[in-house]
Design a protein around this ligand. Structure first.
Ligand code: GLY
Length: 310
């Protein structure tokens, strides 16, 4: 697989298509990634990102996002932000600064308001209904990514520039103030135009223990092929967690190297991802894990129909 863009989950399909159009029209890779992420953030059908995202334990939608520019290693992120329409825009804004590039909660909201970013009520009626049906006596130690699919992660390359952006509402019923991997540099995403980029989706607490996005990019730096880099980083991390008696939740990875080669890995049975390929087509793939043996398939219509998630 080779492409200009790669993104997590089937829900990124329209966004990648839009991102490809932006690139075709001469837009920058940054514009392409931001447009792609915004399409998912704006769609209330997706319950793990932006508008329509599922709320925390108190019934409030708290959003995290990050952006990394692989040319400058500039990194911006926001965490625990409420009612911000497009968190990815603020993360991108912050990646241009050398200081104050990772902002949390009220400080991030204040910054976004001052810069004129749009705010709106991000809790949809449907998300509230799901919340009100959820038992409050749940075990916080067993929270899982909603249906296993949570963060939208988009990696892009144009010319020599590589970058990535991620956005999520985090775990459904998380404790207020809880932050996952997404806005944490090296865990949720990492991009270095000299080497490649990687991003992660799944249970943030488990991803952060392995700084998985950085781990994949470092393997690329050592010359490991991109598919092998994703699979090895995930397998080694799972083995390490296993040795400490920890059974991780869902974790999936995507990556792209400098030559546009794309890789993906998952500890779930199947992890769909979307590629904007070199012929400008948008193609759905899935990383499939059969008892630890990983492969990437191009799913047929029957597979897509049977797939339950976003
Ligand atoms: N991967 C997103 C989160 O755990 O919040």
């Amino acid at each position: 697989m080779r492409g200009y863009m790669v993104a997590t989950w089937k829900m990124a399909w329209d966004g990648v298509k839009k991102g490809q159009e932006v690139l075709r029209a001469g837009g920058s890779v940054h514009q392409a990634i931001i447009e792609a992420v915004k399409m998912v953030e704006d769609d209330p059908e997706y319950h793990s990102v932006g508008y329509g995202g599922l709320p925390n334990y108190n019934g409030e939608v708290e959003l995290d996002a990050a952006y990394m520019d692989g040319d400058t290693l500039g990194y911006g992120g926001i965490m625990g932000v409420k009612n911000l329409k497009n968190p990815i825009e603020v993360a991108f804004d912050l990646c241009h600064y050398k200081r104050n590039c990772l902002l949390a909660a009220a400080g991030a909201e204040e910054y976004a308001r001052k810069k004129g970013y749009a705010f709106c009520d991000m809790l949809t009626e449907e998300a509230y209904l799901r919340y009100s049906r959820q038992t409050k006596q749940m075990d916080m130690e067993k929270l899982e990514a909603y249906g296993g699919h949570d963060t939208v992660c988009v990696i892009g390359k144009s010319g020599d520039t590589m970058a990535c952006g991620v956005s999520t509402s985090g775990l459904f019923m998380k404790l207020p103030g809880r932050v996952g991997d997404s806005p944490v540099i090296g865990s949720g995403c990492y991009a270095d135009s000299e080497v490649g980029a990687a991003a992660a989706t799944g249970v943030g607490e488990d991803i952060m223990k392995g700084c998985l996005s950085f781990s994949v990019v470092e393997k690329l730096r050592q010359g490991v092929p991109v598919q092998q880099a994703c699979e090895t980083a995930l397998r080694e991390h799972m083995e390490r967690l296993g040795r400490s008696g920890h059974r991780p939740g869902s974790i999936s990875l995507i990556a792209m190297d400098r030559e546009h080669n794309i890789g993906a890995a998952t500890n779930k049975k199947a992890f769909p991802f979307v590629v904007g390929d070199l012929e400008r087509n948008t193609v759905l793939y899935a990383a499939v894990n059969e008892g630890g043996k990983m492969s990437v398939i191009c799913p047929d219509e029957a597979w897509i129909q049977a797939y339950q998630g976003d």
